[in-house]
Ligand binder design. Structure first.
Ligand code: URA
Ligand code: CA
Length: 438
C-alpha cells in the first residue's frame, strides 16, 4: 500500500477499505507516514467526508493505537459522560456523584481546560490536596469502593489522536465531523466504559455553531458507539451563554456543591442539563426504566444529601485534606484579594452573549490557560448575575469578577463587556436542550 494512492483515492471521493484505514493509522502512529502526507489526507477527508462504515473503522483503528483500559472486572454497567467543551460547564462534578448515589458506576477520565473552556481536572484540583494522577489500579480501587472516580488520562491512550490532533490544529483540519467524531469516540472507547452519554454543545461557545451541525456530529458519534458495541446517547445543548453562573475553577466547584445541596433548584439551566444527562446515565445503566423514574431517584439523592456525600468521598479518595470542611463552606475555594463588579453601558435586555468570550475574560483573570503550560489560579474567575433574556438596569452589575492579579483586569472587563449584547426588546426564548439522539 502507498499513502499517496490513498490520498488520491480520498481526494476523488472514494471510500477506503478497513485494511487501508488500519494502514494509515498504524503507519502514521509508528512515524512511517510523514506529516505532509497525513495533512493532505486529513484535508481530503475534510472535503470529501467519510461513510458511516469508514468513520467506525477509523475510530476503531485510532482506539487500538495505544492502551485500551479494561474495566470488565468492576461490577455493574460502567458509564461515562463527555461534553464537547463549554463555559461554566460543571456538570461532571454534579452528575458523577448523583449517579453513583443512585447505584451507578461512574469511571471517568477527564481532561484539562484550554482556551475559553474549563476542564474538570483543574476544577477538582482547586480543592486543597486533590491529586488527579492515579494509575489504573488505584482508579479501579476507588470506583470499586465508592462507585465513582474522575481522574486524568492514565497510560498511553489513543496516541494516534494526540498526533493527529496536533497536526489538525495547524493545518486547518479540525472542523470535520468524521475527524471530530472519531477523535472524541476513540478516547471514550479506549477508556473502557460500557455506556456513554455525550453532551454536544451548540452555539457561540462551542465547536458546532448551529443545532443542525451539532445534530449531525451527535448522530455520527451515536452510530460509532452502536457499531462498536457501546450504548451511546447524545444530548444537544445550548452554549450561547455559560451553562452555570460561575466561570472559574473553585467557583464552579462551589456551584456544583450548591446544586448537590439543593440550593440551586429546578428550572435553573445548569440544574436541568445535569438532570437530563444523569437521567440518561441511569437509564443506560439499567437503574431506571425511563426518565421519570430516573429523575425521581436523582431528586431524592439531592434531598437526602447522598449525592453530596459521594462528592465528599471522591474528593477524600483523591487526597483532599479536608473534603468535609470544603463542602460545608465552599467559599474557602474562592477567597480572593478583590471582588470587582462589572457594569455595562446603558440598560436593556440581554439579547445575546458570546460564551467563548466570557470564558476568555475568566482566563485573563488567571482562571484558564492560553497555552498548555500556563499556571491556573484556582480561586479566580467570574460569576454572572444575569442570563440571556434578563433586563439589566443602569448601575446594576452584570457580573462580579474574583481577582487576585490585577495586571489584566482591565482587559478582562473589556472582554466581558464586549461579550454581552443589550437591546430594547426581550429576545425570543431559545431552547436549553435541542435534541436527544438515542
Ligand atoms: N475534541 C476532541 O477531542 N477532538 C476533536 O477533534 C474536537 C474536539
Ligand atoms: Ca442557541
Amino acid at each position: 500500500m502507498r499513502m499517496v494512492d490513498l490520498i488520491i483515492d480520498k481526494r476523488e471521493g472514494k471510500a477506503h477499505t478497513r485494511e487501508e484505514i488500519n494502514y494509515i493509522i498504524r503507519e502514521y502512529t509508528a512515524g512511517n507516514i510523514p506529516d505532509y502526507q497525513m495533512s493532505a489526507w486529513l484535508m481530503a477527508v475534510c472535503w470529501r467526508g467519510m461513510t458511516e462504515r469508514e468513520v467506525s473503522e477509523l475510530t476503531s483503528a485510532m482506539m487500538h493505537s495505544g492502551d485500551v483500559v479494561d474495566l470488565s472486572d468492576l461490577p455493574g454497567v460502567k458509564v461515562d459522560k463527555h461534553s464537547t467543551g463549554g463555559v461554566g460547564d460543571t456538570t461532571t462534578l454534579v452528575i458523577a456523584p448523583l449517579v453513583a448515589a443512585c447505584g451507578g458506576t461512574v469511571a471517568k477520565m477527564s481532561g484539562r481546560g484550554l482556551g475559553h473552556t474549563g476542564g474538570t481536572l483543574d476544577k477538582l484540583e482547586s480543592v486543597p490536596g486533590v491529586c488527579i494522577e492515579k494509575n489504573i489500579d488505584e482508579f479501579k480501587d476507588i470506583v470499586r469502593r465508592i462507585g465513582l472516580c474522575v481522574i486524568g488520562q492514565s497510560g498511553n491512550l489513543v496516541p494516534a489522536d494526540k498526533l493527529m490532533y496536533a497536526l489538525r490544529d495547524v493545518t486547518g483540519t479540525v472542523e470535520s465531523i468524521p475527524l471530530i467524531a472519531s477523535s472524541i469516540m476513540s478516547k471514550k472507547l479506549a477508556a473502557g466504559t460500557d455506556a456513554i452519554v455525550l453532551d454536544v454543545k451548540c452555539g457561540t461557545g462551542a465547536f458546532m455553531h448551529t443545532p443542525e451541525q451539532a445534530k449531525k456530529l451527535a448522530r455520527t458519534m451515536v452510530k460509532i458507539g452502536d457499531a462498536l458495541g457501546r450504548k451511546t446517547v447524545a444530548l444537544i445543548t445550548d452554549m450561547d451563554q455559560p451553562l452555570g453562573m460561575a466561570v472559574g475553577n473553585g467557583l464552579e466547584v462551589r456551584e456544583a456543591i450548591e446544586v448537590l445541596s439543593g440550593k440551586i433548584k429546578e428550572g435553573d439551566m445548569l440544574y436541568e442539563v445535569c438532570m437530563l444527562l444523569a437521567e440518561n446515565m441511569l437509564r443506560l445503566s439499567g437503574l431506571a426504566e425511563d426518565d421519570r423514574e430516573a429523575r425521581a431517584k436523582l431528586t431524592k439523592a439531592i434531598e437526602t444529601g447522598a449525592g453530596l456525600k459521594k462528592l465528599e468521598q471522591m474528593l477524600t479518595a483523591l487526597g483532599a485534606r479536608d473534603a468535609k470542611a470544603c463542602i460545608a463552606d465552599p467559599n474557602t475555594l474562592c477567597t480572593v484579594k478583590k471582588k470587582v463588579p462589572v457594569y455595562l453601558n446603558g440598560e436593556g435586555y440581554i439579547t445575546g452573549m458570546h460564551a467563548a468570550d466570557i470564558g476568555n475574560a475568566a482566563q485573563k483573570l488567571g482562571a484558564g490557560r492560553a497555552e498548555k503550560t500556563d499556571i491556573i489560579d484556582p480561586a479566580v474567575g467570574l460569576v454572572m448575575h444575569k442570563r440571556r433574556g434578563d433586563f439589566v438596569k443602569a448601575g446594576e452589575p452584570v457580573a462580579t469578577m474574583y481577582v487576585n492579579d490585577e495586571s489584566r483586569l482591565e482587559e478582562a472587563v473589556k472582554t466581558l463587556r464586549g461579550a454581552i449584547e443589550l437591546g430594547a426588546e426581550k429576545p425570543e426564548h431559545e431552547p436549553m436542550v435541542y435534541d436527544v439522539i438515542k
